[in-house]
Design a protein around this ligand. Structure first.
Ligand code: ATP
Length: 238
């Protein structure tokens, strides 16, 4: 079953097209990654899915319904959660309050409490710092908080925009392990990453984006072995 489908999606800023009619699909249960150089249009694609930028052509379908232009808070109610680049946590609120904000669409309080404990098990660092303001966390901890907060909405589809950005190598590993765990629990994931190698290692399928178009797609293992991908995105000589 296809959970998310982009058909001929176009986005422009001013007169300049950042996304030039792309097709992309994410099946239920998959972990799909979208890789590409800086400025390729990856973030813009995610923003268009979440109704954060207007589209100029094509359509976004989620659970077989056209959601083009639907605002993000409406999408959260329908199980589509996004973790933005730069994290976007509430700096004045405590870790626990940030996580509670993620559950704003839910009214099953017992289950929310249970999920909070699950997040604290997944990220023990957050458990230790549950009463500390989000703004005082390190970059890696803020990233964990942003992912934890999105998980609190019990998403069916999780969109992750460069979760490893700006993190030290050990933390990058940790974040990727967590993404894999979340995927193994049955959450469908669309992951944007600069770290193409790690992304391809954990993904089922992948798309490569270059200047607003999809230039390659296929099983992640095949892209990992593709000489063009290895040369352009994995820093290897062909
Ligand atoms: P990065 O990995 O650097 O975040 P990206 O693949 O996510 O890159 P986008 O952020 O989607 O790329 O940007 C795609 C293009 O759109 C770039 O040329 C960028 O300069 C342009 N762009 C992005 N946001 C805006 C904006 N708000 N106004 C004008 N141009 C923009």
């Amino acid at each position: 079953m296809t959970l998310l489908e982009l058909a001929g999606l176009e986005v422009a800023y001013g007169g300049i097209k950042a996304v030039k009619g792309i097709d992309l699909a994410v099946e239920k249960g998959e972990l799909v990654c979208l890789i590409g150089a800086n400025g390729a249009g990856k973030t813009t694609t995610l923003k268009a899915i979440c109704g954060m930028v207007p589209t100029h052509g094509g359509a976004v379908r989620y659970q077989d319904r056209d959601i083009t232009g639907t605002p993000s808070y409406r999408l959260v109610e329908r199980g589509l959660a996004m973790v933005p680049e730069g994290r976007g946590i509430f700096r004045q609120l405590t870790v626990a309050e940030n996580l509670a904000m993620g559950a704003f669409v839910r009214n099953d309080r017992e289950a929310v409490r249970h999920d909070l404990e699950v997040i604290f098990e997944l990220f023990p660092r957050l458990a230790e710092r549950r009463s500390q303001p989000g703004g005082t966390l390190s970059g890696g901890e803020q990233q964990m908080l942003a992912i934890g907060r999105a998980m609190m909405s019990r998403p069916k589809l999780l969109l992750l925009d460069e979760p490893s950005m700006g993190l030290a190598p050990l933390l990058v590993q940790k974040i990727f392990e967590t993404v894999r765990k979340i995927s193994a629990e049955g959450v469908t994931i669309l992951l944007i990453e600069q770290n193409a190698r790690l992304a391809l290692e954990i993904a089922n399928r992948a798309y490569v984006m270059e200047t607003g178009t999809i230039t390659l797609s296929g099983p992640a293992a095949e892209l990992l072995a593709d000489p063009k991908v290895r040369e352009a995105y994995l820093g290897e000589m062909a």
